[in-house]
Design a protein around this ligand. Structure first.
Ligand code: FAD
Ligand code: SF4
Ligand code: SF4
Length: 475
């Protein structure tokens, strides 16, 4: 250990930009075992590990790094698995520069953080390859049943822990495949789909019952499901796309980011997608303009490159330093041929039957707003027109109106539409109905959804045990 001075930081090599832009496979090579062990050996085994403090799961990072450095990979896997249901997924897609690695003391000392995420991914990928990943074994049957609405990382995590406690677990999702945004939002070049599907298959094999293509609000009301189960979890994420209020927003060819990404992910599964086949959701040969500066916008621009767009521009109203998306992703996109137009926002989309161009205002940064960020304002007289055959709106997501959609007016929500929960029990305003993940926090991260799923499984278990005790006393 402690080799951070002599041994430089080294991430797994990225494939050449031209090669990776031609497919949807992940862009980084995998560590070979000696490289992972070497990199793990750079950790200085801090007494107070800030990496773990800033990991939402509080993973035992220094401990599994030490085991990896010593070549004890199976033990490293078991320890990393003890606090996370999807370590190899977090190792791939957490914004480590803002979480564990961004808070590694070696980073502060100027030697470059320990490459925690890449080591985490290496350990669990090795465990899958070696057959060390144990099946999900249900606990002794308790005779109580739980319904989970939403098969994203929050719902799947809660389902796994509750099944292990011996509950009958039913997961409902409106999509035909489980995984939530891991499956249909995040593209394969960040997270290959078989990596998600093997997790889902493990849960199915462990006896969790999946009701796919089942939409609450259409196929059942919340009350129907409350009557079927002893407790319910709402883990439905946030899906109401933020609108762009400018002329021409509804011209054909101006499309929503998630429709575009879902179509592309479906193609990766080999599905027939008519709106992709007819060109509506396909960037091939087109001048593409993506509006937004977050992770969703980054995923759209890089998807468009891979589909063979003629050109790809990303318009963002602030500058590079003030964008919400990861700087790592911007660098990847630039390498692959995306042009970023900073300080630029759409004023109108032109075209009759189809969009033909975007009129963009130049922006400048004014005074700081309540959040401390400098608010963008229009720089008068500096608009420009840019040709566009496809415009993708990627401005982020808000919560859908669940009380209305689910005929459940008594379900308490915040003024942003996210579901209100008690901070200790994680229960909503309805007895026995809990909530977790983005639908509580607003759009967030996979690792926070997993953390919430873990926490809510514990409070639901407590609630269900008390319910069973009360039933025994009453009998
Ligand atoms: P979701 O993953 O959204 O899952 C919710 C599930 O509920 C979905 O499967 C949905 O179909 C289902 N559902 C919704 N309504 C109903 C209903 N009425 N009936 C039945 N089922 C329903 N985070 C990162 O950490 N790293 C990244 O790189 C990253 N990239 C992202 C890229 C994109 C394009 C997007 C949109 C998000 C990204 N995120 C990323 C954020 C991350 O994906 C989410 O924070 C996370 O998936 C939230 O998990 P969840 O379980 O709360 O909800
Ligand atoms: Fe880092 Fe995410 Fe892994 Fe935590 S879960 S150690 S934040 S990569
Ligand atoms: Fe190791 Fe960095 Fe964590 Fe310290 S902060 S324990 S050096 S990974």
């Amino acid at each position: 250990m402690l080799k951070f001075v002599d041994r430089p930081q080294s991430y797994p090599a990225k494939r050449e930009a031209t090669e990776r832009a031609a497919d949807f496979h992940e862009i980084a090579e995998r560590y070979a075992a000696p490289a992972a062990e070497d990199q793990a050996g750079r950790c200085s085994q801090c007494g107070v590990p800030y990496c773990s403090v800033h990991c939402p799961l509080h993973n035992h990072i220094p401990d599994w790094l030490r085991l990896t450095a010593e070549g004890r990979l199976r033990e490293a896997y078991e320890l990393s698995n003890a606090t996370s249901t999807m370590p190899e997924i977090c190792g791939r897609i957490c914004p480590q520069d803002r979480l564990c690695e961004g808070n590694c003391v070696i980073e502060f000392s100027g030697h470059g953080a320990v490459t925690i995420g890449s080591v985490e991914k290496f350990i669990t990928d090795t465990a899958w390859a070696e057959g060390w990943v144990e099946p999900l074994v249900p606990g002794a049957a308790r005779g109580q049943s739980v319904g989970v609405i939403g098969a994203g990382p929050a719902g799947l995590t809660a389902a796994e822990y509750l099944r292990a406690q011996g509950y009958d677990v039913h997961v409902y999702d409106r999509h035909d495949r489980a995984g939530g945004l891991l499956t249909y939002g995040i593209p394969g070049f960040k997270l290959e789909k078989p990596v998600v599907m093997r997790r889902v298959d493990r849960l199915k094999a462990g006896g969790i019952v999946f009701h796919e293509a089942f939409e609450v609000g259409r196929d059942a009301t919340l009350d129907d499901l409350r009557a079927r189960h002893d407790a319910l979890l709402i883990a439905t994420g946030v899906y109401k796309a933020r609108a762009i209020e400018v002329d021409g927003s509804d011209v054909p060819g101006v499309i929503a980011a998630l429709d575009y990404l879902t179509a592309s992910n479906r193609k990766s599964f080999g599905d027939a997608v008519p709106a992709f086949e007819d060109g509506s959701l396909n960037a091939a040969g087109k001048n593409v303009v993506v509006i937004g500066g977050g992770d969703t916008a980054m995923d759209c621009v890089r998807t468009a490159i891979r589909q063979g767009a003629a050109s790809v521009k990303c318009l963002y109203r602030r500058d590079r330093a003030n964008m919400p998306g990861s700087q790592r992703e911007v660098a990847n996109a630039e390498e692959e041929g995306v042009e970023f137009v900073w300080l630029s926002a759409p004023a109108a989309f032109a075209g009759n039957d189809r969009v033909t161009s975007v009129r963009a205002n130049r922006m400048r940064l004014g005074a700081a707003d309540a959040s401390g960020r400098r608010a963008p304002e229009v720089d008068p007289g500096a608009a420009e027109d840019m040709p566009a055959d496809l415009v993708i709106k990627a401005l982020g997501f808000d919560a859908e109106e669940l009380p209305h959609l689910w005929d459940a007016p008594e379900l308490g929500v915040t003024r942003w539409g996210t579901v209100l929960v008690d901070s200790k029990t994680l229960m909503t305003s309805l007895d026995g109905v809990f909530a977790a993940g983005d639908i509580v926090r607003g759009a967030s991260l996979v690792v926070w959804a997993i953390r919430d799923g873990r926490d809510v499984a514990a409070t639901m278990h407590k609630y269900l045990k008390a319910k069973a005790e009360a039933a025994k006393v009453a009998a």
